[in-house]
Each structure stands twice: as structure tokens, then as C-alpha cells.
Ligand binder design. Structure first.
Ligand SMILES: [Zn+2]
Length: 264
């Protein structure tokens, strides 16, 4: 599996250097993720496949992955856009999405890809698995040098994310091509690190609750010392994601909607 990495040319505080999209060439070229419709990205796609992609698979509805779909559809009207449904969000992008299901197979010039539904970062998140080369197109599931945001008040679900990591761990990918950052050459080590990190955070949050901190803000300030303020909303969302998981686990309870306490 040797896709052509094409940068979406969208650097920013949340996307870092910007997003990678991947073009799998062949009789029916496949583009994985739509980017944001930046002109440089469209020209790079046109240079690689002048006739345009036959199909665009979008990993999830977040704007850095999906918002380029209308620009692609306008330039190459025959390109079909597909994604796993997230009805509340999908309508934003003004294209007709062909619905993808878990387990669906997508033919490419380099053999079939299998759709693997991996919710957690977003409810509609999918990765694409190329079994013969053990290559995974990982979208926002994994990223070198960073953990992944779980926006708990907007579709993020930490328990689902941990299940998704374990599902991908069981596939034992040899390499992961992510939407952000460099190719992940040792994905199983990164997954181990992620699982240990989330466990560590959970212990920190339980300790903070034990110490009498009872709001998301107070807990975030305690455990994310020295954090870039621009990323603070994401830090709060991650703390909330942990609290919601712990609530489901029966370890913490919510009072007055926004105050949290240990279940004793
Ligand atoms: Zn995302």
C-alpha cells in the first residue's frame, strides 16, 4: 500500500501543521479525507490524478477532514463522497453523503480497504484497514507526540475511544498513516502508551476529587499545569470525558449538573 500523501494546507492551533489526506491511485482513485478545500490541496490532487478522485472517504465530520467536500464535489462532480453517518453534523457540508457501515469493503487499485468504525474522538469516526500490508489509515485515532482530544460535550466518548483503541490493537497494524503528524511506525507501542496515559489521567482525576476539587475547571487547572491557554477548552473537554466515563463506571456522581464527587 503506497498512497500519495497530500497535505491539506491548513495549519492552525488545533490542526498543528495541518492535515494529511491520502490518495490511493488506480482505475478509480480514492481520496481519504477531504481537507478544507484549500486551493493548494485541490491543485495537488489534480496534479496526481487530473480526472480527480472517483471517491472521497471522509473519516469523520470535523471540519478539518470534511469541510473540503463541497469544493471537491464542485471541481469533480463525479466524485462520490462517503462517510459513516452523524446526521446532526453531516448536513453542514452540503454534499450528498453515501453512508458507510462498519465492515464495508472499499476496492482500490491496491486491494480492498475495510471500514472500521472507531468512535470516541467523534461518534462517526472510522479508520480504513488494508489487511494485506497491515496498514491502517488512522485519521484522528492516533498521533505521534500528542494525545487525542475527546470533546465530551460534542460527541466525544472516552469509554468508546478506549474500546476503539483496543479494537485497533487487536488488528496489530504494522504502520498507521494518521491525519496529523508523521507516519506511525510502531503503532502498538503508541496504543500502549495511550492506554497507560488515560489510566494515569483517571487516577489523577480521582485523586483531585478525593482532595475536594469538584468542578471540571478546578480539576483541569490541577492536572494540566503549564498548558498552552489556547488548548484549555480541549483540556476541560478531556477532563469532562473522564468524569463522564467514571460516572458510567459508577465511581463518581454529578451534583447540580456541574459539580462532581466520588461515590463512596
Ligand atoms: Zn477530528
Amino acid at each position: 500500500m503506497n498512497p500519495i500523501p497530500l497535505h491539506a494546507a491548513n495549519p492552525g492551533p488545533i490542526t498543528g501543521a495541518g492535515n494529511w489526506t491520502y490518495l490511493v491511485p488506480g482505475a478509480e482513485p480514492l481520496l481519504i479525507d477531504a481537507g478544507v478545500g484549500n486551493g493548494e490541496h485541490l491543485e495537488a490532487i489534480a496534479a496526481a490524478v487530473p480526472e480527480g478522485p472517483a471517491r472521497v472517504i471522509v473519516s469523520h465530520a470535523h471540519s478539518d477532514h470534511a469541510s473540503g467536500a463541497p469544493a471537491l464535489a464542485a471541481r469533480w462532480p463525479s466524485a462520490g463522497c462517503a462517510k459513516f453517518p452523524w446526521p446532526e453534523e453531516d448536513a453542514r457540508w452540503g454534499v450528498r453523503w453515501e453512508p458507510l457501515a462498519d465492515g464495508a469493503r472499499i476496492a482500490t487499485g491496491e486491494g480492498d480497504l475495510e471500514v472500521v468504525h472507531t468512535p470516541g474522538h467523534a461518534p462517526d469516526h472510522v479508520v480504513l484497514w488494508h489487511a494485506s500490508s497491515r496498514t491502517l489509515f488512522g485519521a484522528d485515532l492516533l498521533q505521534v507526540g500528542n494525545t487525542v482530544a475527546i470533546p465530551a460535550s460534542k460527541g466525544g466518548d472516552l469509554a468508546a475511544y478506549l474500546r476503539s483503541l483496543k479494537r485497533v490493537q487487536a488488528l496489530a497494524p504494522a504502520r498507521v498513516l494518521p491525519a496529523h503528524g508523521p507516519v506511525i511506525e510502531d503503532p502498538l507501542a503508541l496504543i500502549d502508551h495511550y492506554l497507560a496515559h488515560r489510566h494515569h489521567r483517571e487516577v489523577q482525576i480521582l485523586t483531585a476529587l478525593e482532595g475536594g476539587l469538584d468542578t471540571v475547571d478546578a480539576i483541569a487547572a490541577r492536572i494540566y499545569t503549564g498548558l498552552d491557554l489556547k488548548l484549555c477548552p480541549l483540556a476541560r473537554e478531556n477532563v469532562l470525558a473522564h468524569l463522564v466515563k467514571l460516572e458510567h463506571d459508577g465511581l463518581v456522581a454529578r451534583r447540580d449538573g456541574a459539580r462532581w464527587q466520588l461515590v463512596t
